[in-house]
Design a protein around this ligand. Sequence first.
Ligand code: SAM
Length: 328
Amino acid sequence: VPDDDDSPAQPPPKKFAGDVVKVVEHYNTRPDVGVKQRLDSPIIGLKHFNNWVKSVLITRFAHPALSSHSSSSRKGPPSGKVLDMGCGKGGDVSKWVKARIKELLAVDIAGVSVDQARSRWETIRGPRFDATFATLDCYSEPLSKAFPPAKLAQPFDVVSMQFCMHYAFETVQKARCMLDNASRWLRSGGVFLGTIPNAEQLLERLDGLPPDAEDLSFGNSVYKIRFEDRVRKPVFGHRYHFFLQDAVGDIPEYIVRWDSFVQLAAEYGLHPIYKEEFHQVFAEHQDHEEFGPLMVRMKVVDANGESAMDEDQWEAANIYIAFAFEKR
Ligand code: SAM
């Protein structure tokens, strides 16, 4: 740092060890392709669908004070403070714009992604919410390390963790640190929402492999999941490797058993109010007055109701579940 630099001293970059190194490197080196190139993705239908599921979840739970099932009834000035943990490249920034929130705090372990997320927010056209982006390993470090006390003084109304919470289930310490960060600054009545792989389904597929199989993998042309071990770990550290075409390149992830997650979350005052497989989210909302037309606008289906996903993408979509917990 040059002598004349009067910016506050930055802590030295954190040194990562173990699986987290692969996760950080993977996400930091994935290019943030433009909208046009994104549309050329071979799994664009699946990506649109995942975005639609997140939009449904965010719209339904972005304003916990309202019991409304849709955002259309929400008028008035923007409101609500949101924490996005594992925000990635800011793929949900536009969803928070539509949800008309007032403030967003967003963190991710991958610094390059955080910069891209901030740029995405900076280029929002029209009025935008206040936002602060920071790099943080939020499964090993407290949120207070990323933000000054003033930023955390007013509690969050919503904490969102999309497609990222399962990395914390490597150890009990990480899972507890993640839940502490999710809950500590969340107001009573606030909502913790997210999307994670469906452990029950993955373990069922593992059990269905021939007893003498050496290669413990399954999948299709779009995704592949490879377990290292048939023996189930009691709760934490049951590792598998996940590959998703044009999205996730063979990186280590961990099984999140729903019952264990619910039990642990209860210790942090978080109690489940919603849990559905992605296929079920589709079935529940496809004819909804707001989310049905949204599916056409988000190119999940065309104007004739034809899906943009082939069979393999549709199967891959149901690897995930959506959840919401309420803080009590
Ligand atoms: N939530 C974003 C979305 O839905 O587009 C990104 C999802 S991406 C599949 C998973 C994200 O989790 C990556 O950006 C990764 O860097 C982040 N992540 C993994 N471990 C993390 C940790 N310990 N702390 C913060 N972020 C983490």
